[in-house]
Design a protein around this ligand. Structure first.
Ligand SMILES: [Zn+2]
Length: 154
């Protein structure tokens, strides 16, 4: 199901990723969304408490528990995870193994260069987008299919 995200949420996401990048760390945010019959609407940008280095991040169990409470309380789901890389964007083996979300159609976005080169206008072009496929693998979405089928910015 397509994920709809507004420009403000993109702005907030980029600000978090750049802030982490200014400390030479990968940044990670989760897009919390609400499912309607036709789309998943992103309603909040959530930064989980995590441990980050230049090339990895880790979300400890207490942070996952806090996330679950937030989701229950606000009746939201995790629509996508978005993280930054110091250089090129790709899904590393660690990214494949670690994933906060594993439902079919879930999105994982990777933003290159600690988001320092990315604006709301170039977000869809710069992001590498992966979807969790029916056979339980993270599969890259070809860039020309992103905005038609997976993610639109409103
Ligand atoms: Zn990564």
């Amino acid at each position: 199901m397509i994920v709809l995200c507004n420009v403000n949420a993109i702005d907030t996401t980029l600000a978090h990723l750049r802030e982490a990048g200014s400390r030479n760390c990968e940044g990670i945010v989760l897009w919390l969304g609400r499912r309607t019959p036709s789309a998943i609407h992103v309603e909040a940008v959530y930064r989980p408490a995590h441990v980050a280095r230049e090339d990895m991040f880790h979300i400890p169990p207490a942070s996952m528990t806090a996330l679950q409470a937030e989701l229950r309380q606000r009746r939201l789901m995790v629509a996508a995870q978005v993280h930054s890389h110091p250089l090129e964007a790709f899904h590393s083996r660690a990214d494949d193994q670690w994933a906060i979300i594993r439902h079919e159609g879930a999105l994982s976005l990777v933003i290159p260069y600690f988001a320092s080169q990315t604006t709301t206008g170039t977000f869809l072009k710069d992001a590498k987008v992966y979807q969790f496929s029916a056979n339980a693998k993270w599969t890259e979405v070809p860039s020309k299919e992103v905005s038609s089928s997976w993610l639109q910015i409103k």
